[in-house]
Design a protein. Structure first.
Length: 191
């Protein structure tokens, strides 16, 4: 007997439409009254607190599966070792919006829904950046903004990691003639 899946259910990573989210399900920012421009300033300030410098916001649309989602790319940099600048990019895909009914104000309604969905997404980016600052205070080894650093041309560290096959390239090259085992001693401080 053979199992044949149907297309009636999408993958678990499907997201709801904007306006159909609930705080009880973990969604935040649905009711934000902050504008896109105000939230850009909030992102810039939260990024600066982490040592990042925002270079720009580029609006656009993401095609994810069958859904078109409004979005923005946030380009930034951080200062690395020896003062070298390291560049990064955060890709933000807002929730998709339902198509309004075809009538005279169709275009304006759709643009407004995209704007509200994008505001919700940026609201959550601000919250995530603020959470990274808090985490850095409690975890001295934590490096904020690292997940979105560009490592292979225009590919982020997260994208490289998620491809699976490329993960090995993130590890140091094996040294010839040396074992893969590192030995050392550990002792507690007497202070």
């Amino acid at each position: 007997m053979e199992f044949v899946p149907t297309d009636s259910e999408g993958p678990a990573s499907d997201v709801p439409y904007y306006g159909e989210t609930r705080a009880d399900d973990g969604w935040q920012g649905q009711g934000t009254t902050r504008s896109y421009d105000t939230l850009k300033g909030d992102v810039t300030r939260a990024m600066a607190r982490l040592g990042g410098v925002v270079h720009g916001f580029q609006r656009g649309m993401y095609q994810i599966g069958k859904l078109e989602r409004p979005g923005v790319q946030i380009r930034y940099s951080i200062e690395g070792p020896a003062g070298k600048m390291i560049y990064g990019r955060i890709d933000v895909a807002a929730l998709p919006v339902r198509e309004p009914k075809q009538r005279g104000s169709y275009r304006r309604i759709k643009e407004n829904r995209h704007e509200l969905s994008l505001a919700m997404a940026l609201y959550n980016v601000v919250q995530a950046l603020r959470a990274q600052w808090v985490l850095a205070q409690f975890n001295p080894g934590y490096v904020p903004l690292m997940a979105w650093l560009l490592v292979k041309g225009d590919q982020t560290l997260t994208q490289l990691y998620s491809t699976g096959a490329s993960v090995g390239r993130l590890l140091p090259a094996p040294r010839k003639g040396k074992a893969d085992v590192v030995e050392g001693n550990w002792r507690e401080s007497e202070d």
